[in-house]
Design a protein around this ligand. Structure first.
Ligand SMILES: Nc1ncnc2c1ncn2[C@@H]1O[C@H](COP(=O)(O)OP(=O)(O)OP(=O)(O)O)[C@@H](O)[C@H]1O
Length: 584
């Protein structure tokens, strides 16, 4: 129960609803327990008439009529209160589920990239959906059934004990067995349903991948192999389902068997006691039979609830493991600041802690506010890493990184990120309209601004060529853009934000050189006064920059301007000569 203590703050938040729910549960049970007593009284009055203790038929009829009315009344009141009980306690569990999901989501947002690399997406999704769902079972049904069982049991036992103490003992004797049996069964059901869930998610991952990779499957002609893999996976899944169903099928027969046993015991022991004169009336036996039936389900739930709590505890532990994580990238300054865009790397080194790859080794350079820096270098030389460090997606391992002459980790994180427009290497677009994808950079942008940004990114003509224009939906439900179109929409998204620092990570690689030229010319207009860093494999993207650095294996091996670099032998000149000859 230690892990579940995390929920206490939510129980406190909803304490009045919860207390109201508990009160209602108690009232509902009290009314429910009137019925057995009224039935006993009804049977007794009939018995008394038959034995000649009551001779007036009208007295019998009146009492029976009154009892029937009371039974209906009590059932109605109990029904209404049971409805309210669910409306309060189960609702509270839904509120807690909502709060917990939000809490986890907020935490996910705070955690750094490293966290996402260490944990699989499926696992993150599971904790926010499946695990929260299991915890909800504790916050709602488990609590409701526990109160229900406790109240019913205590009140019923008092009534029963007052009527017939010995019979009470025999009646409740089989109930713990029922409880233990249900507990064992619930655990087994849970174990098997977890396996079923695992197989279901394997199946859905498999189908999702084969749909996304359908072009590869068809191109390689491996449909039959894929079908065979699917077949074996779904057969295994079916077998797990069947094994779950087998155990589930035991649940109700077992309950019926144990209820039957208890009933037999009441009739036998009660009958003997009636014959011996230990019990005054037949009505008591009828009353006890109803109690047994009433108590069976609540007692069975003790076993069920125990297994729910154990499962919830395990799920909450998995959730707490993530909630307890401290984000690696911390905001060390509450005061927002205006970023001007001066960037200085001083002997910066950086090692990715998961792979231990030292991506940057003692890198130093400066970009003044409003300048453009181009970074050229072989693949894997550390170019993207530089951009990631400027956006503080990672913190440097050693050296110093200054923005506006201030250590980057001492700048308000939101201000820093607000001032950056980043176009990643793999353009990511949401399954939404093109308009909204561009607006993502500036939510309150007008349509004119969106169009202007798209024009600067040289993608406007493509967009208006689609039937729905800017309202064209992208992604799974919509159309697929070409690699170059995606890159340009992604550039428009950065441009519309008009940030002080623009980071372009090889984002023109999929456009032809003519379009590249046009975009670069447009960028000159939009990036006026802004600090711009362009990562590229092409000299054409770098040549107009104020400064160019050439990276090799995490180190700066050349730096200068286009003019100076083409004068000196080295990677840049070789690249320039190679790419110039390709153009010809
Ligand atoms: N997220 C990461 N986790 C671990 N190692 C990484 C990560 N990203 C990059 N690396 C490693 O760091 C080194 C530098 O990578 P980086 O992406 O900065 O190079 P790059 O110059 O941008 O390459 P490319 O031109 O192919 O995009 C590479 O060896 C790469 O394998």
């Amino acid at each position: 129960m230690k892990e579940l203590q995390h929920l206490n703050k939510y129980f406190l938040k909803y304490k009045s609803r919860l207390l109201f729910g508990i009160l209602i549960t108690i009232i509902a049970r009290i009314f429910l327990l009137f019925t057995p007593q009224l039935i006993r009284k009804s049977i007794n009055v009939v018995d008394d008439y038959r034995n000649g203790l009551v001779t007036d038929m009208t007295i019998v009829k009146t009492e029976l009529f009154e009892n029937i009315l009371y039974i209906i009344g009590a059932a109605l009141v109990a029904g209404v209160f049971t409805f309210l009980m669910r409306q309060t306690i189960i609702n509270v569990s839904r509120f807690i589920e909502f709060d917990l999901k939000n809490e986890i989501y907020q935490q996910y947002q705070k955690l750094s990239l490293n966290f996402y690399k260490k944990n699989r997406t499926g696992d993150l999704m599971n904790r926010i959906s499946e695990d929260v769902g299991r915890v909800r079972m504790y916050a709602g049904p488990a609590i409701m059934y526990s109160i229900n069982t406790f109240t019913l049991f205590v009140i019923a036992l008092i009534y029963m004990y007052n009527q017939a103490p010995k019979l009470t003992l025999y009646t409740v004797l089989p109930l713990p067995i029922l409880s233990i049996a249900i507990y064992k069964l619930s655990k087994e059901i849970h174990k098997r349903s977890t396996i079923v869930q695992e197989y279901l998610s394997k199946l859905s991952t498999f189908t999702q991948e084969s749909f996304s990779g359908v072009s590869i499957i068809k191109a390689y002609g491996i449909e039959s192999q894929t079908s065979a893999n699917f077949d074996s996976l779904s057969t295994a899944s079916k077998e797990k389902q069947l094994s779950l169903v087998r155990v589930q099928a035991l649940f109700f027969p077992m309950m019926v068997l144990l209820i039957g046993l208890s009933n037999l015991l009441v009739i036998y022991v009660g009958g003997m006691q009636y014959i011996n004169g230990e019990i005054e009336s037949l009505g008591t036996i009828a009353e006890f039979i109803i109690y047994v039936n009433m108590l069976t389900w609540p007692v069975a739930t003790v076993g069920w609830v125990t297994s729910i709590i154990q499962t919830a505890e395990a799920s909450q532990k998995r959730i707490n493991d993530f909630l307890k994580l401290v984000p690696e990238i911390k905001n060390n300054s509450e005061a927002p600041s205006v970023i001007e865009g001066h960037i200085a790397f001083k002997n910066v080194s950086f090692t990715y802690d998961d792979t231990n790859i030292e991506a940057l080794k003692g890198v130093s350079f400066t970009v003044n506010q409003g300048e453009t820096l181009a970074i050229i270098g072989k693949t894997g030389s550390g170019k993207s890493t530089i951009l990631d460090l400027i956006g503080r997606l990672y913190d440097i391992s050693s050296g110093q990184l200054f923005v506006d002459h201030k250590a980057i980790d001492q700048i308000n994180l939101k201000s820093l990120r607000d001032s950056i427009g980043y176009v990643p290497q793999d353009a990511f677009l949401f399954s939404d309209t093109i308009n909204n994808n561009i607006k993502f950079g500036k939510e309150d942008a007008t349509n004119d601004e969106v169009i202007q940004a798209a024009k600067y990114a040289q993608v406007h003509d493509n967009i208006i060529g689609f039937n729905q224009g800017y309202n064209t939906v992208l992604g799974e439900r919509g159309i697929t853009l070409s690699g170059g179109q995606k890159q340009r929409v992604s550039i428009a998204r950065a441009i519309i934000k008009a940030p002080q620092i623009l980071l372009f990570d090889d984002c023109l690689s999929a456009v032809d050189t003519e379009t590249e030229e046009k975009i670069l010319n447009n960028l000159k207009k939009v990036t006026k006064g802004k600090t711009t860093i362009i990562v590229s494999h092409r000299v054409s993207s770098a040549k107009n920059a104020n400064k160019i650095i050439v990276l090799d294996d995490g180190k700066i091996v050349q730096h200068g301007t286009h003019e100076s670099l083409i004068q000196n032998p080295g990677y840049y000149k070789d690249l320039y000569l190679k790419q110039s000859s390709e153009k010809v």
